[in-house]
Design a protein around this ligand. Structure first.
Ligand code: ZN
Length: 257
């Protein structure tokens, strides 16, 4: 990809992130669609055209001058993460069907992680949208090896369902929500069982790494309910981009047949 193509895709990614932040903002209040750039607390409009520009709209905008409502940095992070993820996909896969379907998958992954962090749920509606890149991938790329992907959905979904049931039996509380089970089944259908398992492993590794860092800092405690979705999302993204390479490397170095 040329620098100009990447620049255009990057700017597109920032605006997609802007849109995702706006849509996620509607989640807790279904009664009305508030305008971007309008204080959600007092409804005062403090920004004009700048509110349409990702990244720049956050500069010098810490809190509402009318009511001191803190705006937070979530929108900024969403815009940046979306743009960078889309750029990585574009750079790795180039202009192809794969790039299109994976970018669409990223557009679904970002709000899944955000909503899981804020509300501890993975909405079915987002997983339903996830059927679009799934169908696309199956038709344009995997039509000759569909079994791998159907097995992926079954193995990962049923595997996590078992973990969830056994976990509840042992700990007498939910260790894993049913949303996570559905998400992982969807991931298996998109990645196939081999890369799907790599992605799941990476998700668990990410979760473990973050816990090992946060526990000594006192930010999280054992048995505290922590959304698992963002780690699964991270694992799935890494699986999409590096799963094939990681798998080949592992098979070449550690498996002797
Ligand atoms: Zn306000």
């Amino acid at each position: 990809m040329s620098p100009i193509e990447l620049a255009i895709i990057g700017i597109f990614g920032l605006w997609i992130g802007w849109l995702i932040d706006w849509i996620v903002n509607q989640m807790p209040r279904e009664d009305h669609w508030h305008n971007p750039g309008v204080c959600p607390n007092c409804g005062e409009k403090h920004q004009n055209w700048l509110r349409w520009i990702p990244i720049l709209r956050h500069v010098g905008r810490e809190k509402c001058p009318g009511c001191d409502h803190l705006y937070g940095r979530r929108g900024f992070i969403i815009e940046l993460v979306t743009a960078v993820s889309i750029l990585v996909i574009a750079q790795v896969f180039g202009w192809s069907w794969m790039m299109l379907w994976y970018i669409l998958t990223v557009i679904i992954l970002v709000p899944i992680a955000t909503i899981d962090i804020e509300f501890q749920i993975i909405p079915d509606s987002l997983l339903l949208f996830g059927l679009i890149p799934l169908a696309g991938l199956w038709i344009t790329n995997y039509s000759s090896e569909l079994l791998t992907f159907i097995i992926g959905g079954l193995v990962l979904g049923l595997g996590l369902l078992t973990v969830s049931i056994v976990g509840r039996w042992i700990y007498k509380q939910d260790v894993m929500g049913f949303g996570d089970v559905k998400f992982v089944a969807w991931m298996g259908l998109i990645l196939g069982w081999k890369i799907g398992l790599v992605a799941l492993g990476l998700g668990f590794l990410l979760a473990t790494a973050v816990f090992l860092v946060l526990m000594p800092l006192g930010k999280v405690r054992l048995k505290q309910e922590v959304p698992f979705g963002p780690f699964l999302v991270g694992g799935m993204f890494l699986g999409m981009v590096y799963g094939r390479t990681l798998l080949d490397w592992y098979l070449n170095n550690f498996v002797y047949i």
